[in-house]
Design a protein around this ligand. Structure first.
Ligand SMILES: O=C(O)CCC(=O)C(=O)O
Length: 270
């Protein structure tokens, strides 16, 4: 599987509409056969730290941003993890929502960020948390989705693996101030779950926050297959599905789990 990550900057002086047009042009410019899966970061159109724009920028899942990305997916015959939008749900609630589009333009599903971020962030007060984990079977392997702060919650990733995920795509707007955590957590989630982790971050500065960039593609052994710099960048990697099977067969850690087994009672508290 050839993956392409668009590590996008969201500068304050670029409107969401202009950014949308720029990113669509970049996507349409991808060479034929260059990618099987393209990934965009978290709230790339609005800019994660532009909390004042969340409400005016919110769209339905069937709105123009996801619609345009689905058209590109169909036109180029590739899967796209759309990065997230501020989704206005039918009942009016706002969510941080990422969609997966298939190579025929079909919407294969959507993931609403479960762990909303509240540290120096208004996200947790403006948005409503999702409740459902997301894994979709694709010809490329089973793809699970997670969003940024979710990285700090290993139980979510274990659930994704229990549901068959082979590749977990994490869309992010992770600040530079915690770059060390980002690298550590992306690799840890890959190693402990023996999955590929494709972590696409935003770059540059917006809303007064410097983002980390440093998008990463990590294999199920924890080996970094590709790492971006801190600026805007297109990052490429090739995922070999056989590698996942080999790691799990040669070093079957997941088979040693005790607390998930119905044969093991509740752990005793000492
Ligand atoms: O957990 C962190 O340090 C960053 C989280 C974040 O920026 C987000 O969830 O958007």
């Amino acid at each position: 599987m050839r993956v392409v990550l668009l590590q996008i900057a969201c500068p304050d002086d670029e409107s969401p509409a202009d950014r949308g047009a720029r990113v669509l042009a970049d996507l349409r410019g991808l060479g034929a056969g260059e990618a099987d899966l393209v990934v965009l970061p978290e709230l790339w159109r609005t800019g994660y730290f532009h909390f004042d724009r969340y409400s005016e920028d919110a769209e339905e899942l069937a709105g123009p941003t996801i619609g345009a990305l689905r058209e590109v997916a169909a036109g180029r015959g590739l899967h796209i993890v759309t990065g997230s939008i501020v989704e206005r749900a039918p009942g009016g609630a706002l969510h941080n929502t990422t969609a997966l589009a298939g190579p025929d333009g079909a919407l294969l599903g959507r993931y609403r960020k479960i762990h909303l971020f509240g540290h120096e962030s208004a996200e947790a007060t403006l948005l409503t948390a999702g409740e459902d984990v997301f894994v979709a079977p694709t010809p490329l392997g089973a793809v699970g989705l997670a969003t940024c702060y979710d990285l700090r919650f290993p139980e979510l990733f274990r659930l994704l693996v229990d549901r068959g995920a082979e590749v977990v795509v994490v869309v992010s707007a992770w600040p530079l101030a915690r770059l060390e955590h980002w690298e550590l957590l992306v690799r840890a989630r890959a190693v402990e779950n023996q999955v590929f982790v494709v972590a696409c971050n935003a770059a540059g500065r917006h809303g007064g926050v410097e983002l980390a960039g440093t998008s990463l593609v990590v294999d199920p052994w924890g080996t970094v297959l590709a790492r971006a710099g801190t600026g805007p960048q297109v990052l490429r990697a090739v995922l070999d599905r056989a590698r996942l099977a080999a790691v799990r067969a040669d070093f079957p850690v997941l088979a040693s789990r005790r607390l998930a087994s119905p044969d093991v009672g509740r752990p005793r508290l000492m």
